[in-house]
Design a protein around this ligand. Sequence first.
Ligand code: ZN
Length: 313
Amino acid sequence: MTQHGIHHVTAIAGPASRNVGFYTKTLGLRLVKQTVNFDDPGTWHLYYGDEAGSPGTILTFFPWEHVAPGRLGVGETQETVFRVPEGSIGYWTHRFIEKGVAFDPIAKRFGETALSFRDPDGMRLALVAVPGAEREPAWSAGEIAPDHAIRGFHSVSLLLEEAAPTGAVLTDVLGFRQGASEGSTTRFEVPGAGVGGIVDIRAVGGFLKPRPGGGSVHHVAFRAADDAEEAAMAAKLVENHGISPTEQRDRNYFRSIYFREPGHVLFEIATDQPGFAVDEAPADLGRALKLPDFLEPNRARIESVLPALGEPA
Ligand code: ZN
């Protein structure tokens, strides 16, 4: 059965070693791939996720050592939200106090308990308690016990002028259905919304324009099972929405097309195939710098310019 929803989220970070420390140690995600930005090979591209690097669990970063902080604005992803087991919000609150992580008071959203917090670059993140998540597999080789470990993405929220045009792309092309509304937020869900199955649109006409930088989400990628489904989605974008995506690009671990959705957020459609075990064994994911074939001849030079990563957990 074809699974839809979020494939990965990519954001901009400050120093790579700080990014690795926060996501692998403080949050307990697995570093599943060390590679470079294929369009800018002197820059890291770091991928975090569950044990297997499953679609719907992957948060990636382009770390820049001296990046200026971003400022949130309309036409951007506001918050990236992870799923945790129902009883674990208290554990995470204590952990954030212990680790000096900035967080907001616990809030209810659509009947769910949410704990919003920031990463060291000010990226807006949250944990939402999901009943039954404790029965799902977790990456638990680090400091976080499986009872509390993150289980992939819950959702992203998009800050937009208006909900309808973007909602039409989500429902017609990307496999979502319109759900409930709460205040100015409209929820879109993949039927049976599991990992990565929710997009919330916050309609805030007249808000400031964004200034992308550290802590900003660069793009959100959505799942296509394979090339054929991705091509069918691209055709629908052109025919039904007047949006022309890029031609397909081979990202080694998935194959992607990109487009600006009507609310100006950069969207990607990425295939589930072939996944992160295509160039290293599942047990070894994320342990060594992997390069696509076209960059392999430049490995020595690339390794000499990449900043040190530090030790992942
Ligand atoms: Zn991407």
